[in-house]
Design a protein around this ligand. Structure first.
Ligand code: JET
Length: 243
């Protein structure tokens, strides 16, 4: 998978060089490119923003640097087109389902907005030439899209085959089967007056699986009843319904 990120703060994306993403890049599973939008400015101040048309507070990212960035990274680079993701408070909520959707894409490009946002014409112009999705990591406003890109790239990268060593850990993690994950424990069996639930030390894998399923349902009902609403009824067995 090829991933490009365009930002006025490329150093914000350095954490992607660490840990899992770093190894994935070494293995050639992910080809990550981070680009400074100011590379496509030509004035002495490398300005990327301008006063909002129609007045109002703040500044808007002007279209010209984005247009020339897309020319160089996309249009002049060949026939292939990336899926363009613009992280934004006004975007489609990012979920594990979208992470799975994005992990299947051969090429993702992230545009990091800042200030009051990117001139809408950049989004419209790009949408005429490639798939564009505005995506939100939550209902709040950040200074810029870089933090959202870090979260999205991490969630997507770990789903790329080969990136996560033990693929099994993907199976029953939170939000995979539409439920939150059961609580996890490690030795010692007793810690500061708190014991590991005995079933987990029983060696009876059937009982352990059942206990984890029950805990996942109870936890989801308590913390995220909205997820239960969305569950496919077919995925709940008789015992589940009684919980
Ligand atoms: C067309 O889209 C844009 O212009 C995006 O513009 C902006 C404006 C302000 C802040 C951001 C950064 O994203 C978030 O704050 C965000 C993402 N997820 N949750 C909060 C982006």
């Amino acid at each position: 998978m090829k991933i490009d990120v365009v930002s006025v703060f490329p150093e914000y994306l350095q954490p992607l060089d660490l840990s899992l993403i770093g190894r994935a890049r070494e293995k050639g599973l992910i080809d990550l490119g981070v680009h400074d939008l100011r590379r496509w400015t030509h004035d002495v101040h490398h300005s990327v923003d301008a006063a909002p048309a129609g007045g109002g507070a703040g500044m808007v990212m002007k279209p010209q640097p984005w247009g020339e960035c897309l020319d160089e990274l996309v249009f002049d680079a060949g026939e292939a087109r990336p899926r363009l993701l613009v992280t934004s408070p006004a975007g489609r909520p990012f979920t594990q389902a979208m992470a799975r959707e994005l992990a299947a894409e051969p090429w993702l490009m992230f545009a990091c907005g800042r200030y009051e946002g990117i001139d809408q014409r950049v989004v419209d112009y790009a949408a005429d030439r490639m798939e564009v999705t505005e995506v939100s990591i939550g209902d709040y406003v950040l200074f810029g899209g870089e933090v959202a890109v870090l979260a999205i790239v991490e969630a997507v990268a770990r789903l790329v085959p080969g990136v996560l060593g033990n693929a099994a850990s993907l199976d029953d993690e939170s939000h995979n089967a539409g439920l939150l994950e059961a609580p996890a424990y490690a030795k010692p069996a007793e810690w500061r007056g708190h014991a590991i639930p005995p079933v987990l030390l029983s060696g009876d894998h059937g009982k352990v699986d059942r206990w984890r399923r029950d805990q996942a349902l109870l936890r989801t009902a308590a913390a995220r009843p909205d997820l239960l609403e969305r569950l496919d009824p077919g995925s709940l067995d008789q015992r589940d319904r009684r919980l």
